[in-house]
Design a protein around this ligand. Structure first.
Ligand code: F6P
Length: 530
């Protein structure tokens, strides 16, 4: 693999002076450097990848053993080696696929049984007096369902859904204010049922419900792998929806953790979401790497991040309802691939996951796009946009949205030369030193890479495709980097220290042993406590 990495770096140097526009001298480029799966079209033509580079990137994926690792994942092998677990979120959407064995046992009967229970319970809630659902969870037990509920707003025909994640009491206080405890269902979503934020919020919600005339014995449900702990909390097993440890938290919205989504949009629309994910799985498993959307998306990421050294990646959905996608992808990508150690314990040879960030367009244009266009750092951009909105009466809004999205990727690529800026200043009547000075501020370097994912309409099926696409992209990047994308040991230390700091900030233990900075901050907090 080292040879291929070296070849890619040499190639990057060799093409560094070439402009993206030069590449479009090849008239078939848009077709050659894009791939379509059913309704979904991924365009990576506005990157500095040419046929030769793509061939090298594909060789890298092959040498890394992506195909074998992919089979191992789908076949239930324990590829999450540091936790000794299989990685089978794909089984949750394997609606009409074959058996999936884990330790010789088919997991599909259990998946179907839980799904049937979720459907029956969703129908029950949707047909009841419940007006509001509060999902209490954090990380993977929050971001996926919260993102999907926002994304699929046009399909809502169930109770209103709210999401509480932060241990900051402001979050639950602001959410519960105005809700009727007698018609609210609380879903406690936690794979482990030990997460301090979730358990603290769950206890607060239970006290609120009791104090305001609700009945926690009937109005609490749980989503967890820990049936013993949900029972200890007092949740009736009839309203506990379990899943197995082969579903990672950030990959879990396809099963019980998606219950709030199912209650919001109904079981049938939720099925369409699952089918979208399943369609992407089938494509990922069967398409040739050169036409395989997750593989290509991953290779574009590797080219930008590991080969060219661009440390961040902006996710820019021109879709207000996908406004939470950047947050969701932050966990999916950064918790999965933010690692420094290879599977075998050796240090990694390359930088691993990029910093993922972004916001919905067009809002971001009025916030951080200045840096993307004229800053000194190059930020590869990933645009997402629908051909249609859900509001036919507001089609002109959608056309403006689409025009803005396409304008941004074009502007990033094309830029504006100093000569052009000078002409513009001259047309405004400037001349001499003033023209020169003003013109320089109006230069856009251009040649900044982006990809675009375009789809007809953000419906449940399409959302399923998009989310599964990103999941598999993370997987492919992880395999190429030789890391375990499915553990998250990096979140442990902070949790442990928070536990040890709790009695100190409560004032029941001294800050002895803490560093001077931490001790002084504790001291400040205690002195200013009202
Ligand atoms: O942040 C660490 C983490 O373990 C995530 O991986 C997970 O999604 C989140 O906490 C919540 O965990 P749980 O679902 O067990 O409450």
């Amino acid at each position: 693999m080292k040879d291929i990495w070296n070849k890619l770096k040499t190639r990057a140097d060799a093409v560094s002076d070439r402009t993206l526009l030069d590449l479009f001298g090849d008239r078939g480029r848009a077709e050659d450097f894009s791939v379509t799966l059913e309704n979904l079209h991924f365009d990576y033509a506005k990157t500095n990848i040419d046929g030769e580079t793509r061939a090298d990137l594909l060789a890298l994926a092959e040498a890394a053993g992506v195909a074998a690792r992919r089979s191992a994942m789908f076949d239930g092998a324990p590829i999450n080696e540091t936790e000794g677990r299989a990685v089978l979120h794909t089984a949750l959407r394997n609606l009409d696929g074959g058996p999936v064995p884990v330790d010789g046992q088919d997991v599909m009967p259990g998946v179907h049984e839980t799904l049937a229970r979720m459907r029956a319970y969703s129908d029950e809630v949707r047909g009841s007096a419940i007006t509001d659902v509060v999902n209490i969870g954090i990380g993977g037990s929050d971001l996926g369902p919260a993102m999907a509920v926002a994304a699929l707003a046009p399909y809502h025909d169930g109770p209103r859904c709210h999401f509480v994640s932060n241990v900051d009491g402001a979050h639950i206080a602001d959410t519960l204010r105005g809700l009727d405890a007698r018609t609210t269902l609380v879903i406690v979503a936690s794979k482990t049922f030990t997460t301090i934020e979730t358990m603290t919020n769950a206890r607060t919600a239970r006290a609120w419900m009791t104090d305001h005339g609700g009945d926690p014995a009937r109005q609490f449900a749980a989503l967890s792998t820990a049936g013993d702990k949900t029972a200890q909390f007092g949740i009736d097993p009839a309203r506990v929806f379990g899943f197995e440890d082969w579903v990672g938290g950030r990959y879990s919205m396809w099963g019980p953790i998606g219950l709030a989504v199912m209650i919001a949009i109904g079981p049938r629309a939720f099925d369409a979401f699952l089918r979208g994910g399943q369609a992407m799985d089938r494509h990922f498993r069967s398409a040739d790497p050169s036409e395989n959307m997750p593989v290509l998306l991953a290779l574009v990421g590797i080219w930008h991040n590991q080969v060219l050294g661009h440390a961040t990646r902006a996710v820019l959905p021109y879709d207000q309802r996908l406004r939470m996608l950047p947050d969701y992808l932050q966990q999916l990508e950064m918790e999965s691939n933010g690692k420094s150690v290879c599977m075998d314990g050796a240090g990694v040879a390359h930088h691993t996951g990029p910093v993922v960030w972004g916001a919905a367009g067009t809002n971001g244009q009025h916030a951080f796009y200045q840096l993307i266009h004229q800053g000194t750092r190059i930020v590869p951009c990933e645009f997402l946009v629908a051909a249609n909105g859900h509001e036919p009466e507001l089609a002109h809004h959608h056309q403006l949205l689409l025009a803005n999205c396409l304008a941004q990727s074009e502007a990033l690529m094309r830029g504006r030369s100093l000569d052009e800026a000078r002409r513009r200043m001259a047309a405004k009547g400037l001349s001499g030193d003033e023209l020169e000075r003003q013109a320089r501020h109006r230069v856009f370097p251009g040649n900044r890479p982006s990809t675009t994912l375009i789809y007809p309409l953000l419906d449940p099926f399409t959302l399923g495709q998009i989310i599964a696409l990103y999941e598999h992209r993370v997987f492919v990047e992880g395999v190429i980097l030789g890391i375990n994308s499915f553990d998250q040991w990096g979140v442990e230390l902070g949790k442990e220290l928070a536990t040890s700091l709790q009695p100190i900030v409560e004032g029941t233990e001294p800050a002895a042993g803490k560093d001077g900075s931490t001790a002084a901050l504790v001291d400040y907090a205690l002195k200013h406590r009202t």
